[in-house]
Every structure is written in structure tokens, then in C-alpha cells.
Design a protein around this ligand. Structure first.
Ligand code: SF4
Ligand code: SF4
Length: 209
């Protein structure tokens, strides 16, 4: 369900360089999108998005930076790539969504705070241990969400069945150092865990070369 937002004013809202910026970062020929809607037709999250994925593409084409980066859809996307496989113009739409989410994060947008909290926790766990420590992530997410007993009833059965460990299993050999190097590289770009800080906006804000 789309949140009511102010009408778009193309004269003042457009950022003429935005499409080129997204095209550079994603490596996709964004202007070849002709709004057929095939991507949206295959996206299982369309009913939950504020902007269906083909409209996200259109926001980018129009240079509506704030509207695109502030939309909830970026945070609900599951990166399933159904949109990518359905695009008749070979646009990797899922990659565009990834790039936009990355840009939104850097710009401090977080219209879905729960998703951001989980993502931050996941990244922090991988950065610290070299791979995710599920029990620690679940506990941190429940505590930060203010619901410490959330999913507690699932924890014990999972522990008893060996699906959860109470201690992290870090990668052997150079694995942990290699993962740390990836995080260090992204930290230089201001995109590491928690680098976006607190959300400064909430809710829907309003070339393959
Ligand atoms: S990758 Fe995201 S936008 Fe594309 S179909 Fe899957 S959930 Fe929808
Ligand atoms: S399927 Fe491709 S061309 Fe059609 S709307 Fe989506 S991105 Fe645009």
C-alpha cells in the first residue's frame, strides 16, 4: 500500500545526473527500459512495495533521486532476480535494486528500520566472525527491536536439533582475513556496517555499457 506523498514536481525534484550515476554503478543500460512491466509482473513483493519495481526504474530514469532512494521497495526486495530474468531488454533489474539500496544506505535513508537493523546486525556479525553467527544475530536483533523474547520458542528446538550453535564457527585458514579485507574496502567507501548512521528520513520520501 503506497503511503500518500506529495506530488512530484519535475522542475524542482529532478537530478539530471542521477540516472547516469546509477548506470555507472550498476553497469546497466537504464534508458533501454520501456516500462513494459514484465519485471513487476514477476515480482512476488509487488503487493508490499510502495513503488513496483518498474516504477523504481522510471524514478531513476526521471532523475528523481530522493523519491527513488527513499522508497520502501529497496529494503523489501529479496534479490530473487525474477525481474532480471524477465526483462526483455537484458537489464539486470535486481542489480539496479541492489545498487539503489547501497546508495540509499550511504545517503542515510532507512524507511524500513527493522530491515536495516537486521542488515546492520548481519553485516556486523560477518565482519566480526568471517561468517554469520546466527544465534548472536537473532539475539541482537530481538534486543534491538525491543522484543527480547521474539522467536525464543524457536531457539530451543533449533539448539536441540543442532541447527543453532551457541558459539560462532569462524572460517579456517585465510577466510576470515579475506572477509575482513572486503569490509575494509567497503568501509573506505563509507558503506560498511552501521556507516549510514541513523536514518535521517523515514517512509516513502515523499548503461549495460
Ligand atoms: S529481485 Fe527484488 S525487485 Fe526483482 S523480482 Fe525479486 S524481489 Fe522483486
Ligand atoms: S522488464 Fe525491463 S524493460 Fe520492462 S519495465 Fe522492467 S526493467 Fe523496464
Amino acid at each position: 500500500m503506497r503511503t500518500p506523498v506529495r506530488p512530484i514536481d519535475l522542475a524542482s525534484d529532478r537530478d539530471p545526473g542521477f540516472q547516469a550515476e546509477v548506470a555507472r554503478a550498476s553497469g546497466q543500460l537504464l534508458q533501454s527500459c520501456y516500462q513494459c512491466g514484465n519485471c513487476t509482473a514477476g515480482c512476488v513483493y509487488t503487493p508490499d512495495y510502495d513503488y513496483p519495481v518498474h516504477q523504481v526504474m522510471r524514478l531513476v530514469q526521471l532523475g528523481l533521486r530522493e523519491r527513488a532512494l527513499g522508497c520502501r521497495s529497496l529494503w523489501l526486495c529479496a534479490t530473487c532476480q525474477a525481474c532480471t530474468t524477465r526483462c526483455p531488454n537484458d537489464i539486470d533489474v535486481a542489480r539496479v535494486m541492489d545498487v539503489l539500496r547501497h546508495m540509499a544506505r550511504q545517503a542515510g535513508f532507512a524507511p524500513e528500520p527493522g530491515v536495516k537493523t537486521f542488515t546492520d546486525g548481519f553485516l556486523a556479525s560477518v565482519a566480526k566472525h568471517g561468517r554469520v553467527f546466527e544465534a548472536g544475530l537473532a539475539a541482537a536483533f530481538a534486543l534491538k527491536g525491543g522484543r527480547p523474547m521474539q522467536d525464543a520458542s524457536l531457539g530451543l528446538p533449533m539448539l536441540l536439533r543442532g541447527k543453532l550453535s551457541l558459539s560462532p564457527h569462524e572460517p579456517e585458514g585465510h577466510g576470515k582475513a579475506e572477509v575482513a579485507a572486503i569490509f575494509a574496502r567497503f568501509a573506505k567507501q563509507g558503506a560498511g556496517p552501521g556507516s549510514s548512521g541513523e536514518a535521517r528520513r523515514g517512509g516513502a520520501a515523499e548503461d549495460k555499457k
